[in-house]
Design a protein around this ligand. Structure first.
Ligand SMILES: [Zn+2]
Ligand SMILES: [Zn+2]
Length: 143
C-alpha cells in the first residue's frame, strides 16, 4: 500500500525516492537504510526527511540507547506510535496521552505549546513470545 506524496511539498527527485522507500517499508527505517535502499546520498536523505518531518508527513523516533533515529510515514491526523525495541515494528497508540495541546502549560505560564513528541517503546507480542522461551525470562513475571 503506497501513500501519496505530501501535497504541500515540492517534488524533487531525492524526496520522491525517499518517499517511495518509506511508503514500501513495513517497519520504521534509519536514514542510513533509506539511503541504501533508495540510492540517494545520506545527506540528501536527511534533507528530505527534514522536510517531510516539518510538514508532519513523517514521524521520527529515537529509541532509548540508540544513536540512530527511525523514520516512518505518519498517517494523517494526530497519532503516536509505540516501537518494538527488538524488531522495530510499530503500533499505534490508543489516543494521545496529552489530549488537547491547549491544556498543556508550563510552570511560568509564559510559554505557548504548539506541538509535542511522544516516544513510546517496548516489546511486541511476537518478540515477547521469543523472549519467554529463553531461560532467564521466567523470574520476571508480568507486572
Ligand atoms: Zn518486536
Ligand atoms: Zn499527542
Amino acid at each position: 500500500m503506497s501513500m501519496e506524496f505530501p501535497e504541500n511539498l515540492r517534488k524533487t527527485k531525492s524526496r520522491i525516492q525517499v518517499w517511495e522507500v518509506l511508503s514500501e517499508a513495513k517497519i520504521p527505517l534509519t536514514a542510513r537504510k533509506i539511503s541504501e535502499d533508495s540510492g540517494v546520498w545520506l545527506s540528501s536523505v536527511y534533507r528530505a526527511l527534514d522536510a517531510f518531518e516539518k510538514s508532519h508527513a513523517v514521524s521520527k523516533t529515537v529509541l532509548k540507547d540508540s544513536q540512530e533515529a527511525l523514520y516512518a510515514i505518519a498517517s494523517p491526523g494526530h497519532h503516536h506510535y509505540a516501537i518494538c525495541m527488538n524488531c522495530k515494528s510499530r503500533t499505534e497508540l490508543e489516543g494521545c496521552p496529552f489530549g488537547d495541546e491547549s491544556a498543556l502549560h508550563t510552570v511560568d505560564h509564559d510559554f505557548v505549546v504548539v506541538g509535542h513528541v511522544v516516544e513510546v517503546f517496548g516489546y511486541c507480542k511476537k518478540c515477547r513470545g521469543k523472549m519467554q522461551k529463553s531461560p532467564h525470562s521466567e523470574e520476571h513475571g508480568d507486572r
